[in-house]
Design a protein around this ligand. Structure first.
Ligand code: KG4
Ligand code: ZN
Length: 350
């Protein structure tokens, strides 16, 4: 079964062709980074207009790269929630038009749910990915979400905890802006933190715990602590913040990254000692799983707890259409097919 996956929830226009929920024949992502860079953040109106211009060329490119004609598509899956409403509407409209004109099923996919699935995808030349033994613990760390889930199957997902304020990716992006790094902040901060001679212990930033036993996340306090370390505490009498030299910026970046990643690891440990006790697999996805320190710490945790770790390659960590088509395959198998009344919705259902 060949599924066309369409993604347009934020600032990436993406389309992919995925066979049997697993084999990625093509995954094309048209990034809008250049359009939003001067505003240091995504401007919704610019994003939706760019999706309109790029959607059809992106789908055509994916079909051409895969060597697949429109008649060979068995279903059309689209990320219809959560996201910027104007952006979502472009993908949803394109998917409806294609599904209707081809007479093929339409599948509405929750973008956050699809991030969880992204580690199951592979290129045609790679050998098959082993099936996940459920129940499994799931983690999504992205620009808009930071949550943990208990997965009973690919379609049966229960939320264990979520951020009560900022998402981790948003914190990476805001901290990068405070440190004067170019948009998009997360990958640039990752690189700066890894520069030689950097001290990740230089600043004692808070690792959020919330209440004992809580499985929720919080990153706004950490973000404020970084702001004060970089610019000084407003109105404080004591010593002013040290000069923001290149070395100090790198130390702040590394110290922030350590605190943010440790907060995630701490909550995963709590989940593994609590409701996810006994799971054999940890699946993780979302843009921040491209982060080098988080990848290393997740591998360490998996080794320590004898877990199988399912992580997407960095190219599928960020938004893409392949994860939409991949999860769409399982939703289709479970009979969760939509019709032309499918709506674009700003929030996740997970
Ligand atoms: O999943 P994604 O592409 O979009 C959302 O669904 O939000 O995630 C984007 C987020 C951005 O905040 C970006 O800065 C962050 O992922 N990100 C990273 C890295 N690569 C992307 N954060 C830290 N380190 C990275 N290497
Ligand atoms: Zn995403």
């Amino acid at each position: 079964m060949m599924i066309l996956g369409i993604e347009s929830s934020c600032d990436e226009t993406a389309a992919a062709l995925v066979e049997r929920g697993e084999i990625v024949h093509a995954s094309v992502v048209a990034s809008q980074t250049d359009l939003h860079a001067e505003y240091a953040g995504v401007v919704p109106e610019i994003a939706s207009r760019a999706h309109v211009e790029r959607m059809l060329p992106t789908i055509r490119e994916a079909l051409a790269r895969a060597g697949v004609g429109l008649g060979m598509i068995d279903a059309v899956a689209v990320g219809h929630r959560p996201g910027l409403i104007g952006s979502l509407l472009v993908g949803v409209s394109a998917a409806k038009a294609l599904a209707w004109s081809l007479g093929r099923p339409l599948i509405g996919v929750d973008h956050v749910h699809a991030h969880l699935y992204s580690g199951m995808l592979r290129p045609p030349e790679a050998s098959g990915v082993e099936a996940v033994a459920f129940p499994a613990l799931g983690l999504v760390v992205s620009g808009g979400h930071t949550s943990m889930y208990l997965l009973e199957s690919w379609t049966g997902v229960k939320r264990l905890g979520a951020t009560i304020d900022d998402a981790i990716g948003e914190a990476f992006d805001k901290v990068a802006a405070v440190l004067g790094l170019p948009f998009p902040g997360g990958p640039n901060l990752d690189r700066l933190a890894a520069s030689p001679g950097t001290n990740a212990q230089a600043c004692e930033f808070p690792i959020s715990r919330i209440a004992p036993g809580s499985l929720d996340f919080s990153f706004s306090g950490l973000k404020t602590a970084v702001l004060y370390a970089a610019r000084g505490v407003p109105g404080a009498r004591g010593a002013p913040a040290p000069e923001l030299t290149a070395a100090r910026r790198a130390d702040i970046a590394a110290s922030f990254q350590r605190a943010a990643v440790e907060a995630v690891i701490l909550k995963l440990r709590r989940a593994l000692d609590g409701p996810a006790n006994g799971v054999g697999t940890l699946v993780a996805g979302g843009g921040v799983t491209a982060n080098s320190l988080l990848r290393a710490r997740l591998s360490g945790l998996a080794a320590e707890r004898s877990l199988r770790l399912v992580l997407p390659p960095p190219s599928l960590s960020i938004d893409n259409g392949a994860m939409i088509a991949g999860l769409g395959y399982h939703l289709h198998g479970a009979g969760r097919v939509a019709d032309l009344s499918l709506r674009a919705v700003p929030t996740s259902a997970l």
